[in-house]
Design a protein around this ligand. Sequence first.
Ligand code: SF4
Ligand code: SF4
Length: 175
Amino acid sequence: MCGRCCRVVTTSKPYKELKALEETGDKGACEFLKIFTPYPSIEAARKVDRELVDNVIELLKADGNFDESRLTFYGCKYLLKNNLCSIYEERPALCRHCPSTPWSIVPPGCGFEGWLFMEREKAKEKVRKAKEDLLELKLLKNKNKDEEILKKITSVEHKIQTTIELYKKYGSYDW
Ligand code: SF4
Ligand code: SF4
């Protein structure tokens, strides 16, 4: 109920790409641009919430992903002065499901911080277990000669590898 995640937000895709997607009818882009208006500059967004903007920039820099020309901040036109949502019952799915992943960037001090941390830890645990399972399957493969069993093991390995791949962009190879 602080409204910070509605007042200043950003996306991984630059504004130009979002606009292009909107023109093709992309549901996510259309939904986003229907409620969010871009700030004319990073400095303009800073005037609204300096801590939040600088936090995003620092995180992007730490990941080696900071490119000022690709970064736009937006504000929602439906946020009221008292920090409540004026279309709460009909708010779009992107608001209902926010934060959408455990790696979502939320404003410092947001009530979701603890939950996001726990969810990230759970995901890391899942990936570590998947890696252990892969090692056990490797041993099992070395002990087996039966073609059918080897085929089944390969299929399970493939599924496990897919789980690890799913989290690749969050660093799963290093967990
Ligand atoms: S629609 Fe409501 S919940 Fe969604 S960003 Fe705007 S004010 Fe926030
Ligand atoms: S989700 Fe976090 S940032 Fe957004 S309104 Fe709630 S406490 Fe504030």
